[in-house]
Ligand binder design. Structure first.
Ligand SMILES: C[S@@+](CC[C@H](N)C(=O)[O-])C[C@H]1O[C@@H](n2cnc3c(N)ncnc32)[C@H](O)[C@@H]1O
Length: 221
């Protein structure tokens, strides 16, 4: 490694510390949830983190949604973060296909005092969403990467006019522009096709925000 590269690494570390020092600290309840996720759950890095969770909470607080839908709960970090921005009496629906996570998710929803504001659905989002008799101000797509297009298709008619969809991981660690990725990599292909579909959808305005692993912000006209 050249001294120039070493310096870049040092600057990045310094910047990361600077960013952390100039952002509100993590909610202690969420850091406890994060610790339990890392101790007990397979693939803990799938969960939202201090910064990405805080960004979700900020978006939600700006929108003040009455109804939120999350696709892919995992251990509940994102759901609890977004629920903070709900309008008075609002409701967040979150869907998780892995029933082994149910007890843990319910425990943390209760600990966060959000039992009346979060409805957990256990099952496949593609089957559950068509049965939900709701329209949403904010949708967070964060399930399986090869299913993003399908989630979008089932949810778009349930988003209110002026409502938002956020889709996570749309840069997929930069693989979206890597020409060496084999065609059989269905996650990369799924994300690329999703991004293209949104870009071509005239019903929406969209911005690919290069934060974290890429967040597609979609506003329905
Ligand atoms: C990246 S994690 C979600 C992280 C969570 N949104 C957060 O902010 O911490 C993806 C989750 O989606 C779930 N999932 C995958 N396919 C699904 C589907 N078809 N319906 C519901 N959940 C799904 C996975 O089991 C996994 O727990």
């Amino acid at each position: 490694m050249s001294s120039h590269e070493k310096n870049i690494g040092f600057q990045e570390e310094k910047l990361a510390r600077y960013i952390a020092d100039h952002s509100q600290e993590e909610d202690p309840l969420l850091s406890e949830l994060s610790r339990e996720t890392f101790l007990k759950i397979y693939h803990p890095r799938r969960a939202s983190t201090r910064f990405s969770g805080h960004l979700l909470a900020m978006f939600s607080s700006m929108i003040r949604p009455e109804k939120i839908l999350e696709i892919g709960t995992f251990t509940g970090y994102g759901a609890i973060s977004m629920a903070k921005g709900l309008a008075e009496g609002g409701m967040l629906h979150t869907i998780e296909v892995n029933d082994e996570l149910e007890d843990l998710i319910r425990k943390w929803i209760e600990k966060a005092g959000l039992g009346n504001n979060i409805t957990l659905h256990i099952g496949d989002a593609l089957e559950i969403i068509p049965q939900l008799n709701e329209t949403f101000d904010l949708v967070f797509i964060d399930g399986e990467k090869n299913q993003y297009q399908d989630y979008y298709k089932v949810v778009i008619d349930k988003v209110k006019s002026g409502g938002f969809i956020l889709a996570d991981n749309v840069l997929w660690s930069g693989k979206v522009v890597d020409e060496k990725i084999p065609a059989k990599d269905h996650f990369t292909r799924g994300i690329r096709e999703f991004n293209k579909m949104v870009q071509e959808d005239e019903r929406v305005d969209n911005l690919l925000l290069p934060a974290y692993d890429g967040i597609m912000i979609i506003r329905k006209a």
